[in-house]
Design a protein around this ligand. Structure first.
Ligand code: NAP
Length: 257
């Protein structure tokens, strides 16, 4: 049997779920690629490689040298550079690309969102009045908030945040999702959170904080996604991405697909 080699650009729960579903399927060999940002990534099935490829050209070279048959971009919607490289590398190498991009969250009744163009804009939207601000936007994005030192920050991160990138009054909570609404509500009440800052990541795994903010009537500074290019319409979830992968790999569809 000819093996179909799949490379998943990962670093997300969706990428892990895809790898778990593909693991052990006959005729498939799956590799998940991580950027290497997280010190102790969750266990992944199959093969894992870590580190950048050296731009779009490096990724295209990797695809050819490793005889990759399907490239899957399941990176975070804010990881715009690698997604741009994925499109360019797929075009250069001729390897088909499956992009998984969860639809962004939309406002619903009761939400008090302030729209931010980017992280710098989010900082400016916090205002001058001292407040307790919840940040769960990735440790690399915390540093710009040091400029607004009148606020107290509750920073949640998978890995420790470097001290020189932390606001002077910051409490760091080391934890990783998913987080449900009740737990988030409890956390906000315990720490007296006044404002939540969030990236518009989409998907259910981190929506708990948005639902909790709505329940507590807290404002959410919602950071818009960076512009994103893809080849055709992205798959909106793991199920849709699996369908496309199965189709490209020539695997029989499961009942109901
Ligand atoms: P980025 O700005 O789009 O990418 C920067 C560079 O990192 C890329 O040019 C590439 O280096 C390398 N890279 C990124 N993702 C990679 C991957 N999966 N495998 C191998 N190399 C990768 O990315 P980012 O925003 O720093 O995010 C890095 C990783 O964290 C991504 O895998 C993403 O899924 C995950 N993540 C990001 C966020 C977020 O908010 N940005 C949130 C959760 C998870 P080369 O050019 O050398 O190939």
């Amino acid at each position: 049997m000819v093996t179909c080699n799949i490379l998943i650009l990962g670093g997300t729960a969706d990428a892990r779920q895809l790898a778990e579903q593909l693991a052990g399927m006959p005729g498939l060999s799956t590799t998940v690629s991580l950027a290497g940002r997280t010190a102790r990534p969750r266990q992944l099935p199959g093969q894992v490689r870590v580190g950048g490829f050296g731009g779009a050209e490096g990724l295209a070279r990797y695809l050819i040298e490793h005889r990759i048959d399907i490239l899957v971009d399941a990176t975070h919607p804010f990881a715009a550079r690698i997604s741009t490289h994925a499109v360019a590398a797929a075009e250069r190498s001729g390897v088909p690309l499956v992009t998984l991009a969860r639809p962004q969250w939309e406002r619903v009744a009761g939400d008090r969102w302030l729209d931010a163009r980017d992280v710098a804009h989010a900082v400016s939207l916090l205002g001058c009045e001292p407040a307790t601000v919840f940040l769960a936007i990735g440790r690399q994005e915390v540093a710009p908030f040091t400029a607004y030192a009148q606020h107290r920050y509750i920073v949640r991160s998978v890995d420790p945040v470097p001290a020189d990138g932390l606001p002077s009054d910051a409490t760091v909570i080391l934890d990783r999702g998913p987080f449900d609404m009740e737990a988030e509500k409890h956390l906000f009440e315990t720490h007296g959170v006044d404002i939540v800052v969030s990236k518009n990541s989409g998907g259910p795994a981190t929506y708990g904080k948005i639902a909790a903010a709505r329940t507590l009537q807290l404002p959410v500074v919602m950071i818009a996604r960076p512009p994103h290019i893809s080849l055709g319409e992205p798959a909106v979830d793991v199920v849709a991405a699996m369908l496309r992968i199965r189709h490209l790999a020539g695997l029989p569809m499961e009942r109901g697909e």
